[in-house]
Design a protein around this ligand. Structure first.
Ligand code: PEP
Ligand code: MG
Length: 572
């Protein structure tokens, strides 16, 4: 039966493919009752799933060979025992028979009951068996919906899961996965940023996806509108083809702006840098005529592997980017791990508030040996082009002074070892911490340039987690406090003759381009995917008129007022 599910498009694009379900670790099932007449059928459904899960365990046991067989065999045995546990089975049956719960909900209730018992156990080993219980319950639930056991994606698959980690995305795409739909998530998460970078359509917040979609179902994903269509009709398929054609047409139109200047109607040249996470982004940025790379996020080199890339490996990556940009500036941001970009080896595991914890430059300065390796690799790459270094999560002047000292020291060491290093490497700061944005004047003598990270600045300013979908409505740059602070940072930088860019996602949102121009911004750093669209808006804007309209923008008292300003400047 055709069904349309709604979520939020977090990385644009369209896809037509096959669903591949990835089981959530914890079962999220709504309370659901069945009719008395439906009980025998529901019991049959449950027992079919139990048989299939047992069969799966037997198969798995047979397929294991060698040393692994012994080790993993123990767990499988345990799982098989759990599957035959009379306590588990009897209670499931009676929840369906007596309470008239659906098999899915009965599983959930029974899981929660047993989890409470496991949780109370003194013994850590027994406590940790909760994972096994969750795994088994997850498998039974998968079989209730006739889903396959494998978690890997294949060509043409659309992955459906509860959440997705940044480290998984590239791997999935390499396996041929063409889109991802998650039940939770936020458009500002690093997974969403990476998905945009990979051109992988991503829909988040499709809350019922896991309950409604089965493995192998045919789906249309429209990540522009945030819709997922299950079992599309002939009409839907026609619509999908039309949309593909339409976006190809729009792309062709935009492509005409490739080599054109980003100049306003009244002749002001605006700098469009690109944000990049991969060499593909860099090549695309060059082809589109980006002024340079305004933000290269080095943490993506580190994510998805336990080991840390050594100096030589990092140097080769950085040099490659510098060479790809062929003399245009390349801004390499030092590691910004921590918060939602956890790393097995480097980031602490037990922080209560990782977004307020050891992340960005704090983490780098806590591991000076690793930090020096990165600074050495960047400094060596500086011999091949125009490199700038950008420091994330700066919260005080002392941190910048300390980075300056380290950079000077490693550059001297490298020269003494016979390496080439550029005569001077401009050092910039990210503006992400509100206190630093307010007191930006106090940094002017220690920085060469600034880049405002609005993704984090907005989260810290509004006390709203950028990854918490429940706060999607609150988390927005369209707040008078955000605009006033942006204006303050931009004006103070201009006053001191220091270049300032915005590199948060708002820089690539064409709907906000005129608002940022009005605030005095002349440097944008944005994902290459939005570069041409933003260039089109710039070419159709009059900077003088927008600047004259900025007092009105800054007087807006709420989001509605800012939106009215946006609509009045022709962006409705
Ligand atoms: C930002 O915070 O706006 C930013 C560009 O950094 P990231 O998104 O990598 O945290
Ligand atoms: Mg940030």
């Amino acid at each position: 039966m055709r069904l349309q599910l709604a979520g939020t498009g977090a990385s644009p694009g369209h896809a037509l493919g096959r669903a591949r379900i990835r089981q959530p670790h914890i079962l999220e099932v709504d309370k659901e009752r069945i009719s008395a007449a439906g009980v025998p059928e529901e019991l049959q459904r449950l027992h079919r799933a139990l048989r299939a899960a047992r069969e799966e365990m037997r198969d798995l046991r047979k397929r294991l060979q060698g040393a692994l067989a012994e080790e993993a065999g123990e767990f499988i045995e345990l799982h098989a025992l759990l599957l035959d546990d009379p306590e588990l089975l009897h209670n499931l049956d009676s929840l369906i028979r007596e309470e008239h719960y659906s098999a899915d909900y009965a599983l959930r209730v029974q899981r929660d009951r047993l989890a409470t018992v496991f949780g109370r156990m003194e013994d850590d080993y027994l406590k940790s068996r909760l994972d096994d219980l969750d795994h088994i319950i997850g498998r039974i639930h998968a079989h209730l919906h006739e889903r396959e056991a494998t978690l890997l994606g294949a060509a043409g698959d659309i992955l459906i899961g509860d959440a997705i980690a940044p480290s998984e995305l590239a791997q999935l795409q390499a396996q041929g996965v063409i889109a991802v739909v998650t039940a939770t998530g936020s458009a500002l998460s690093h997974s969403a940023i990476l998905a945009r970078s990979l051109h992988l359509p991503l829909i988040i917040g499709a809350t019922h996806a896991l309950q409604k979609i089965n493995d192998g179902d045919v789906l249309i994903v429209d990540a522009e509108t945030g819709h997922v269509i299950l079992n599309p009709s002939a009409e839907d398929l026609r619509g999908h083809r039309a949309r593909l054609k339409q976006s190809a047409r729009e792309r062709r139109e935009l492509e005409r702006l490739r080599g054109k200047p980003s100049r306003t109607l009244d002749g002001a040249d605006i700098t469009l840098y690109a944000n990049a996470e991969s060499n593909e982004d860099v090549i695309r940025a060059h082809a589109l005529g980006a002024t340079g790379i305004g933000l290269y996020r080095t943490e993506f080199l580190f994510l998805g592997q336990d080991r840390l890339p050594d100096e030589e490996e990092q140097f080769r990556v950085y040099r490659n980017i510098v060479l790809s940009m062929d003399g245009r500036p390349v801004t390499i941001r030092t590691l910004d791990l921590g918060s939602d970009k956890g790393h097995e080896g480097l980031t602490p595991r037990d922080e209560d508030n990782p977004a307020l914890g050891l992340r960005g430059i704090r983490l780098s300065l806590a591991h000076p040996a690793h930090f020096d390796v990165q600074l050495r690799a960047i400094a060596r790459a500086s011999a091949y082009g125009r490199v700038r270094i950008l420091i994330p999560m700066i919260s005080r002047r002392e941190e910048l002074l300390s980075v300056r000292r380290r950079l000077r020291k490693v550059s001297e060491q490298l020269r003494a070892e016979g390496h080439q290093v550029a005569e001077s490497i401009p050092l910039g700061t990210m503006i992400e911490v509100p206190a630093v944005a307010i007191a930006v004047q106090s940094l002017m003598d220690v920085v060469d340039f600034l880049s405002i990270g609005t993704n984090d600045l907005v989260q810290y300013l509004l006390a709203a987690d950028r990854c918490n979908e429940a706060l999607d409505d609150l988390y927005s740059p369209l707040h008078p406090g955000v605009l006033q602070l942006l204006n303050h940072v931009i004006e103070t930088s201009a006053h001191n003759g220091k270049p300032v860019a915005i590199c948060g996602e708002i820089a690539g949102d064409p709907w906000l381009t005129r608002m940022l121009l009005a605030l005095g911004l002349t440097e944008f750093s944005l994902h290459p995917n939005s570069l041409l669209e933003v260039r089109r808006i710039i070419r159709n804007s009059d900077l003088g008129l927008l600047r004259a309209a900025s007092p009105k923008l800054l007087q807006a008292r709420d989001r509605a007022g800012i939106q009215r300003w946006l609509a009045a400047t022709g962006q409705a």
